[in-house]
Each structure stands twice: as structure tokens, then as C-alpha cells.
Design a binder for this molecule. Structure first.
Ligand code: SF4
Ligand code: SF4
Length: 261
């Protein structure tokens, strides 16, 4: 999922898909291209992708980050991008690719689920509104585009169980777009605030410690039902983390986080 705010729709490659548009596609192990798309990728991971992958692998978030991602802050950007590290072999295969296919398949990233449809959200700076956009963009080698199974974007998302990723990534997109202007000031993008924001989005097990093992809950009132949910599951903690970033970095008020007086 891309978060598009500066490009115009007609500058984006691929065939735009409106809600009622259809595309033909079927991927299966019998195709000569099977797993070719799992090599040499710039595969962006969003916070919910990292949550699902670290759960699938049974490891904590900081170990996942150390072992499996490159964190890249591009020139002119104020929040880093997180890319899955490819294996160091000739073909730069995805580290989760095995001879039978994807070893993390139930928890594969959003981009892998919706491929070859790229989904994003277009923000309108003038109105503050946003529009979900989708593009059919199979690479030439992808033979699935010549199969005759027909989909709409919604049917494809259902089939690939991508709705939860889509919903949470839209919420992340709302946070992410706030980073278009430099929020760090003199402390810069390596400072304490930036490290806090990255932890709340990507390093969930350490964020959990920050919430539950520090004075946080003495300093902020959080509804007890939400506290319970966060104790039980990573997903509630992650979406709380998005609220916390907005509050901590920009002072945006949240019904979920009330400073105690
Ligand atoms: S290249 Fe296309 S058809 Fe082939 S395995 Fe990948 S997604 Fe499926
Ligand atoms: S995570 Fe799975 S589906 Fe995605 S590139 Fe890696 S092996 Fe392929």
C-alpha cells in the first residue's frame, strides 16, 4: 500500500481500477513463473506487516527488525521506510521463500497479498479528504494475468484476506502523511522523539514495555477496557501506538489518551 500525496493519478503506472472494474488473474503453482515474484524486491513493510510476521516467526519485534529489515531514511523524508532484507544469494530471494512457496503465507505482507494489484490512498491537501486507489500492475513475467479468472478489487481483497491489513494500513497512512513536514526541529530524525515514534509503530514488544512497565499509565488515563485489550493482543497496542504518535509528536488530542492532572 502506497500513501500518495504529491503525485497525480495519471503519473502512477498501471491500470487504474475503479470499484466496479475487473481484472483477470490467477496464480498457482503450475505456472512457469511460480515464485519469480518473490525475488529481488523492494518490499516495504508497514507496521501491521511487522506485527504479523514477528508473530508468525515467534520472535520479538526488535529481533525481527535486527534480522529482517533495512530501515532507510530517504533524503527529504522525515520518517524512515522499512524494507524486508532480501537473502544474500544471486537472485536476492525473499528470506521466507522455500521450494514449496511462502513459509509465512498466512501472515505475508499486505503487498504480497494484493499483488499484482497495488493499493494506496490519495490525499487531497486542499480538502483534507482521502480516496482509496488501486492499480493493476503485473510485471511482464507474471503469467497469472493471462488466466481467465475475473476479480474486482473488493473480491480480490476478500480472497486474499487483505481487509484487516487494508483497514490498519489506512490508519497508518493518516499518521504517515503527518510526517511530510519535518516534526523534529533541532533534535533531528535520530532524536528521542523520532525513536519513540518508530518504536510505537514498528517495535511493538518494546512499546509494550514502555506502556506497561513504565510510569505511563500513572501519567495518562487510558480506559480500562482498552488497557485489557492491549495486554491481551498486539493489534490493539499497535492502533493505540498510532494515537500515541499523533499525541506525542503533534499534541493531537485523543479520546484514548488523557493526561492525568
Ligand atoms: S509471477 Fe504472478 S502468477 Fe507467477 S507466481 Fe508470482 S504472482 Fe503468481
Ligand atoms: S513474504 Fe512470501 S509472498 Fe511475500 S515475497 Fe516473501 S515469499 Fe513471497
Amino acid at each position: 500500500m502506497k500513501y500518495i500525496s504529491t503525485l497525480k493519478l495519471d503519473q502512477i503506472p498501471g491500470r487504474p481500477l475503479a470499484a466496479s472494474d475487473t481484472f483477470d488473474f490467477r496464480c498457482h503453482a503450475g505456472l512457469a513463473c511460480f515464485t519469480q515474484c518473490c525475488r529481488n524486491l523492494n518490499l516495504f513493510l508497514y507496521p501491521y506487516d511487522v506485527l504479523r510476521l514477528k508473530q508468525n516467526l515467534g520472535i520479538e519485534s526488535d529481533r525481527f527488525i535486527d534480522q529482517h529489515v533495512d530501515v532507510v531514511l530517504r533524503d527529504g523524508h522525515h520518517f524512515p521506510e522499512v524494507l524486508l532484507k532480501m537473502a544474500e544469494n544471486d537472485q536476492r530471494t525473499c528470506p521466507f521463500l522455500e521450494s514449496e512457496g511462502c513459509r509465512v503465507y498466512p501472515d505475508r505482507p499486505h503487498t504480497c497479498r494484493t499483488f499484482p494489484v497495488e493499493q494506496g490512498v490519495l490525499f487531497d491537501a486542499a480538502t483534507g479528504g482521502s480516496t482509496a486507489v488501486s492499480f493493476f500492475r503485473p510485471p511482464d513475467f507474471c503469467l497469472g494475468q493471462h488466466e481467465s479468472q475475473q476479480w474486482t478489487v473488493a473480491a480480490w481483497n476478500r480472497d486474499q484476506e487483505a481487509q484487516r491489513h487494508h483497514t490498519i494500513n489506512l490508519r497508518w497512512a493518516e499518521v504517515r502523511r503527518l510526517f511530510e513536514n519535518d516534526p523534529w526541529g533541532a533534535e533531528g530524525p535520530q532524536g528521542a522523539k523520532a525513536r519513540m515514534a518508530f518504536m510505537a509503530a514498528y517495535n511493538l514488544d518494546r512499546f509494550r514495555e514502555f506502556i506497561f512497565d513504565s510510569s505511563f499509565l500513572k501519567r495518562y488515563h487510558v480506559q480500562s477496557a482498552l488497557v485489557k485489550k492491549m495486554k491481551k493482543g498486539d493489534e490493539a497496542l499497535l492502533t493505540f501506538g498510532f494515537e500515541w504518535i499523533r499525541h506525542f509528536i503533534w499534541g493531537i488530542s485523543s479520546a484514548q489518551i488523557r493526561p492525568r492532572r
